[in-house]
Design a protein around this ligand. Sequence first.
Ligand code: MRU
Length: 366
Amino acid sequence: MKVAGEWLRPLRVAAAGDAVVVIDQRLLPHRLAFETLATPQAVHHAIREMVVRGAPLIGATAAYGLALALKTDASDSAVEAQAAWLKAARPTAVNLAWALDRMVRHVRARPVPARAAAAWALAGHIAEEDVDVNRRIGEHGLPLLREIAARRGVDPGRPLNVLTHCNAGWLATVDWGTATSPIYQAHEAGLPLHVWVDETRPRNQGASLTAWELGQAGVPHTLIADNAGGHLMQHGQVDLVIVGCDRVTARGDACNKIGTYLKALAAFDNGVPFYVAMPTSTLDLAVSDGLAEIPIEERRSREVTHLAGLAESGQVIEVAIAPAGTPAANPAFDVTPARLVTALITERGVVAAEERALRALMAQTL
Ligand code: MRU
């Protein structure tokens, strides 16, 4: 996407070709800064500390992390150990394991001296593929938006209202985003639309990342407190919800950023279509019951008890919002049961959130 007129990606290969450069997403929207990751340790740290975040982006970044590790030691045991260590950086999004398993299969089929170069090339391929996959998610999502807009009748004074949660935008991928891809494509096609952006406590990915990137792209949007979505739906101000996902199970349960489930409940109660944008790399057919089987990352309580923001002095500061020592729980994701999901928008097409349809989708030869 373009930022201040310049094409940017949240992940790219450094000019010297020996490292990757990422946007430090912890600093947005206040500062656009880049970090060079030249070692597997730096990649692991960037994923764990959410310098890079978003399921597809952590998968692609981890692939480069493994490629960097293999420059030092590409033996079978090193490949397995490094992949396992990178996988553990964040537990919930399956794209991390998906990308690393793919890398491991690819390199283990090659002689040791050829592995580092093969890994680097595959990491590049995974990144490019992500761009194409997300573009296609947008192509499949756009007709849905047009259909809902045609049913309701939209014009620039009364645009199509889309609600999204967290950041499943281009910052969370290598480009386009997943949930935002249909939005960007609808905007480019001239469909009048407006996005309600959930702030997404506790880390505020909606306020700091989605609002920033929609602003850069010129897509009309309004930031709302997480608790406002249900009220807006009750008053007919949301035409559809599109969210991203971190893992979708064989039966269609969708795990995504904490708070997604509450939006799905409100959407269901109000007859608002609730779509999940899902690259098929996020589908985990080995898991069925999302509530019982998906590991939910528990993050630091400080993310709940404190807030970071830009002070009038121009400094980014952190402030406490709870009495010192207040115990706080911080589950980072939740699971929306398949019955609340209207459909999944994938790069292969729009599919029902149910096992037979998902297995048939994956059985298609491309
Ligand atoms: O904790 P985060 O910021 O990595 O969580 C991100 C999300 O939950 C996204 O919605 C999901 O990864 C999909 S990104 C295309």
